[in-house]
Design a protein around this ligand. Structure first.
Ligand SMILES: [Zn+2]
Length: 346
């Protein structure tokens, strides 16, 4: 099996990236998790072992509750961890981040959502744009949480809504109304679908919620009709290959549907999803695609360009990062023509 050299990996690391499917809490830095759960998580978490796979989503949720959620017990915890989280993401040369906050963890607190998000944003590095999404479960619209969701749907500080958690729960009637309200306020909405459930779950969030982005959506590949529709309508799938591997959504990175989806014309980005739970950063996902699924450097650049095309930024900033990617691609081409080897290689 091929293995990337340090030089090749460094080239992937240096590419300017967007990250558009990242759960804020699950980007908890390892050192912070170890400070609280060192007995289990040192020297490295058992769920980072290369062959480790989660049994199912319930197992994954249990590990989240055991080792991630305890660090996020209050808005103050979020603020204390925001700086270290952003620092880790920025270290991957991520220059534009869309990250989803889990409103369930904030439900019992009395806090002002706008003030809270502004405070979180102030912790971001000045050279990384951050957009905050509010995420919650399909059955979350109850009690205090319903009020926070209503606030999020219209807040100027919130970029959009995201539906996550157990995917097999039905889409409840309130959801389409809230998504429509958020869209009317200019938000770009998301929903998790097509990860544990099949193509129908993707069809449903596209048709009923009119999402701009599907988080995962990878199982759309099982329906050629749906794949054509996603390609035709330009619906973006924010994919997470290593997450899919760890959760047994796909048997291997070589068998991941990304290439099939791209070949069919579906717009896809690559993202890390839950770094502390999968032991990955976005560069690891890109490296795995090169190493295990034979993606070329140029193909990786093209995927990153989709992220920049979709990013909610001004045209000058977009053009600057696209030019940087073009330059990296041209450099890879000249390396290939002078050495005759694969562009990612020396
Ligand atoms: Zn996710």
């Amino acid at each position: 099996m091929p293995t990337l050299t340090a030089t090749e990996r460094e080239r992937l690391l240096r590419l300017p990236k967007t990250e558009q499917h990242l759960h804020f809490e699950a980007a908890l830095p390892l050192s912070e998790a170890q400070a609280r759960h060192g007995d289990v998580l040192r020297p490295v978490p058992p769920f980072w072992a290369p062959e480790f796979r989660y049994d199912d989503f319930a197992h994954f949720s249990q590990i989240s509750r055991d080792y991630v959620f305890p660090s996020f017990q209050s808005p103050e915890d979020y603020l204390a961890l925001a700086g270290p989280i952003f620092k880790d993401i920025r270290a991957q040369n991520v220059r534009y981040l869309e990250t989803s906050l889990n409103l369930f963890l904030l439900e019992r607190h009395d806090f002002d959502l706008d003030v809270f998000i502004r405070a979180l944003r102030s912790e971001a590095p000045p050279d990384m744009d951050v957009r905050f999404y509010c995420g919650f479960r399909r059955n979350a619209y109850n009690g205090r949480l319903a009020g926070i969701i209503d606030k999020a749907a219209t807040s100027d500080e919130v970029a959009g809504l995201d539906l996550h958690g157990i995917e097999s729960l039905p889409l409840e009637p309130w959801t389409a109304e809230v998504w429509a309200r958020a869209k009317a306020c200019g938000k770009r909405n998301k929903a998790h679908a097509g990860e544990f459930c099949g193509p129908d779950s993707v069809r449903q969030v596209v048709a009923d919620l009119k999402v701009d982005r599907v988080q995962h959506g990878v199982r759309a590949v099982e329906s050629p009709d749906l794949v054509s529709r996603l390609a035709g309508e330009g619906v973006v799938l924010d994919l997470c290959p290593l997450s899919n591997l760890r959760l047994k959504v796909c048997p291997s990175i070589a068998a991941h549907p990304l290439r099939s989806l791209l070949t069919a014309g579906v717009r896809c980005t690559v993202n890390s999803d839950d770094p502390i739970l999968f032991g990955n950063f976005i560069t690891d996902d890109l490296a795995a695609l090169v190493d295990e699924a034979s993606f070329t450097f140029q193909e990786i650049v093209r995927i990153l360009k989709v992220g920049w095309e979709e990013a909610d930024i001004d045209s000058g900033t977009r053009a600057r990062y696209m030019a940087e990617l073009d330059a990296a691609s041209a450099e890879a081409d000249s390396r290939k023509s002078s050495t005759g080897v694969d562009p990612v290689s020396d």
